[in-house]
Write a protein that binds this ligand. Structure first.
Ligand SMILES: [Zn+2]
Length: 312
């Protein structure tokens, strides 16, 4: 064994004993994150076919040994093709959740409560036979009600039907970057995708740092994060880079079902309008840090100036 090999093996032995570098007791626990993916829109295939996008995302999760949660819009699996695309998610053991049948915004002025409830049950009828369907519900656009009566009625409805809220902790606008990317590719199929990737990483890390710091401030502890992403081309191409970035920052991936065991997800913040990230809602409820709480918490509009500047 030469000196270099000796040093390396000595470091490995120290690490095995928990003695490498910073003493174990002083080490800050690594932030934990899970992947929770919304919509399952596969009709809008650009660059990758629906099947290729589906496979790319599943392969990325498999390569990282991550079980995600997929919040499915019922109408997207109301066909043989849709069901066939969802089946490998179920077989791979990813959590399948309910995201309504037709993706209505509960805070929209014309949203009728009874119709919204039927829309949830209509999605459930299509999802319930998938063995990995679990009763987690995610509100489209994270909008949970704009009056106390509407918010509380839906909370009661979900409990009655055995659902938990599939809250997001790290909200963001991945969908807005995807819109720019697909618009560009429709105009010019050979356009470079790297600038979109780079901005996606920059944006996601900024949102992750923001919500992680907010969670620690509001709860006095770290949370097991649920990162919101969408089933889109952006993630068909770059979900692997996103996971690698989080890991490179020292964050540890966990399965979505494990993340949802964090007690933060049983909170019912008393705020209006209700919704957005659960961390945002709890911060608003606490009321001590209102200045950092814009509404909506996230929107593509906030990213337009930067995306324009980057020529995206
Ligand atoms: Zn959605």
């Amino acid at each position: 064994m030469n000196r270099r090999e000796f040093n390396k093996s000595f470091a490995v032995s120290l690490a095995a004993l928990g003695l490498g570098g910073v003493p174990a007791i002083a080490r800050k626990p690594a932030p934990q994150f899970s992947i929770t993916m919304d919509d399952f829109h596969w009709h809008n295939a650009v660059k990758l076919t629906a099947t290729d996008r589906n496979q790319a995302i599943l392969d990325t999760l498999h390569a990282n040994s991550i079980k995600a949660a997929l919040f499915v819009i019922g109408r997207n699996i109301d066909s043989d093709e849709g069901k066939q695309l969802l089946s490998p998610w179920d077989k791979a053991g990813h959590l399948i959740g309910n995201h309504t049948y037709s993706h209505r915004n509960y805070n929209a002025s014309d949203a009728v409560i009874e119709e919204y409830e039927k829309d949830i049950l209509r999605a459930e009828a299509l999802l319930k036979d998938f063995p990995h369907f679990r009763k987690y519900f995610r509100f489209p656009a994270l909008k949970e009600g704009d009056t106390a009566a509407r918010r509380d009625r839906m909370r009661e409805f979900l409990v009655t039907h055995g659902y938990r809220n599939g809250y997001v902790t790290i909200d963001n606008s991945d969908w807005a970057i995807d819109q720019r990317l697909t618009t560009r590719l429709k105009k010019d199929a050979s356009a470079g995708v790297k600038p979109y990737r780079d901005f996606y990483m920059e944006h996601m890390w900024a949102r992750a740092e923001y919500y992680d710091a907010l969670a620690r401030r509001v709860l006095g502890r770290p949370v097991k994060h649920t990162v919101l992403v969408h089933f889109n081309l952006l993630n068909g191409l770059f979900l692997g880079d996103l996971i690698a970035m989080f890991k490179s920052k020292g964050w540890q991936p966990v399965d979505a079902e494990e993340a949802f065991t964090d007690p933060v997800f049983t909170s019912k913040p008393n705020v209006l309008p209700a919704g957005e990230s659960i961390v945002w809602s709890l911060a608003k409820e606490k009321g001590t840090i209102p200045k950092s709480l814009r509404y909506p918490a996230e929107d593509g509009e906030y990213e337009n100036a930067r995306m324009n500047k980057l020529g995206l």
